[in-house]
Ligand binder design. Structure first.
Ligand code: PLP
Length: 246
């Protein structure tokens, strides 16, 4: 078995264990009913790694891949267009002059943190669909959006402040080609559990308002179990699958 396939199986076991722990420890309704391993999606973060590594992961059954850098991603997406079920997620900081390429190439964006970016993504997707002659009212083509929250309030990090989150959610929900799926965060290391708890709370609040919200994108190679314990439904794992980045 190759290294990437081995790593994916190891991570899936870790996800499974974290889900079981939720069932055992948690008193909330999710625990008693049907919180299973398949309720947490594994997003393989392939930034800086070659298309050949992504293809190996795909052959091991992995379908969702995350990229941070647009130019690098667009090249890989073109190289791998023969893989029918692959799904690309943009997870890096977004400059507004990149929204056209993002709308065209990705099915998910996790890092929307301001209205201008949301509105531009929506306009570009409409434009692109009319270029390829998809009817505008075509229901099943939309871009899945997570709002990135700067939960540890670090000045160096992207993400919207929690206090402004709900007005941004409304903007996204009003865009005809965007589907509001949930929240994304990168909790700061060494701040204990407070950021995770805050995200879990915000996510529940957003879910109560918008029926399309089902995704809490939280947890990476080193904190995926903590994140799942706090309600994460999608973990973004890079180095533990593909090895350390240079
Ligand atoms: C790089 C990156 C990851 C993956 O990090 P690892 O520690 O390698 O698992 C996840 N999320 C975002 C937003 C990233 O930039």
């Amino acid at each position: 078995m190759n290294e990437i396939k081995k790593n994916i199986e190891k991570i899936k076991q870790q996800i499974d264990q974290a889900c079981h722990a939720v069932v055992i420890n948690n008193q909330d309704s999710r625990a008693s009913s049907n919180y299973r391993q398949d309720s947490v999606t594994l997003l393989a973060v392939s930034k800086t790694k070659p298309a050949s590594a992504v293809e190996q992961a795909y052959l091991a059954g992995q379908r969702d891949f995350g990229e941070n850098y647009l130019q690098e991603a667009v090249e890989k997406i073109a190289q791998l267009s023969h893989l029918p079920e692959i799904s690309w997620h943009f997870i890096g900081p977004i400059q507004s002059n990149k929204t056209k390429q993002i709308a065209k190439n990705f099915t998910w964006v996790h890092s929307v943190d301001r209205a201008k970016v949301a509105i531009r993504l929506n306009a570009h997707l409409n434009e692109y669909l009319s270029e390829i002659n998809q009817p505008h009212n075509c229901q099943d083509i939309s871009l899945n959006i997570c709002l990135q929250v700067n939960i540890s309030e670090e000045s160096s990090k992207s993400g919207i402040m929690a206090s402004e989150l709900f007005s941004l959610a409304e903007v996204v929900d009003n865009c005809d080609k965007l589907t509001l799926r949930g929240l994304m965060a990168i909790p700061e290391k060494n701040t204990g559990l407070a950021s995770y708890e805050k995200m879990q709370h915000l996510f529940k609040k957003l879910q109560a308002q918008y029926p399309t919200v089902d995704t809490l994108s939280m947890g990476m190679s080193n904190d995926l179990s903590i994140a799942i314990a706090h309600g994460s439904t999608m973990v973004r794992v890079g180095s533990a699958i593909f090895g350390e980045r240079n």
